[in-house]
Design a protein around this ligand. Structure first.
Ligand code: COA
Length: 203
């Protein structure tokens, strides 16, 4: 999805290494006011390092000239993924079964303040999801993040349940899902069952 004034570039884990510093700088700018260890440079560097080992990891960056205006990244959930651990809502066990090709987890989506409310978040979201082959996408969002919740509702996401991740002091989050290929899957239920992906990392 093109958006005037921005160039979208796709990265895999190898090519993204060259812009890791800029990814961290934007993260710290966007979340800096939150404070605390969770939003620290070291914690985010470790998150990136860990997530970038996932098979199928992908990032889309929006460049305004030489400036990184925002980015989105995610990865397919491998079989046995830890993603759904901490789900507080009772759902059928089939809902959280991962095959490596069923679910693309959107881990981060951020747009720097000066470029917000111009459709860039939506364009990044569509740019990464349009090219994915998984049946559905998922993401976790803080329950008081009104801009994000409003955006996701507008973009077709629905709540699957409440989830509290395993890290110390983690808040209760909303786990959202979005069908990517409605012809083949119901984001909340059964799936057509393409089995694939080596899924070595239990992310
Ligand atoms: C969430 C975020 C990525 C949205 O980026 P964006 O470029 O502003 O998004 P868009 O311009 O595509 O906005 C799409 C829609 O989202 C909703 N929205 C976005 N910001 C909003 C706000 N501050 N208040 C209410 N609704 C908002 C609106 O419905 C908007 O459509 P509209 O502008 O036509 O009314 C951005 O606010 C951000 O980076 N926030 C900090 C990081 C974050 O919270 N990321 C999500 C973590 S789960």
């Amino acid at each position: 999805m093109a958006l005037a004034g921005f160039e979208f570039r796709h990265y895999d884990a190898g090519s993204a290494k060259a812009i890791t510093g800029q990814l961290i700088d934007v993260y710290l700018e966007v979340y800096g006011a939150e404070g605390g260890e969770f939003y620290s440079e070291d914690r985010y560097r470790e998150q990136l390092r860990n997530h970038m080992t996932a098979d199928g990891w992908e990032l889309v960056a929006a460049w305004a000239g030489a400036e990184l205006a925002g980015y989105v990244y995610g990865f397919p959930l491998p079989p046995g993924s830890r993603w759904w651990r901490g789900l507080l809502t009772l759902v059928d066990v089939a809902v959280t079964e991962e095959t490596g090709s069923r679910t693309f987890a959107v881990s981060e989506l951020m747009v720097r303040e000066r470029w917000r409310r111009q459709g860039l978040g939506h364009a990044l979201h569509d740019e990464i999801l349009t090219g994915r082959h998984e049946e559905r996408a998922t993401l976790l969002v803080e329950q008081d993040n009104e801009p994000a919740l409003a955006a996701y509702a507008r973009w077709g996401w629905t709540e699957l349940g409440k989830l509290r991740p395993s890290w110390a002091g983690a808040p209760e989050l909303d786990a959202l899902v979005l069908p990517l290929r409605p012809d083949r899957a119901d984001a909340n239920g059964s799936h057509a069952g393409r089995i694939g992906g080596s899924g070595s990392a239990k992310l």
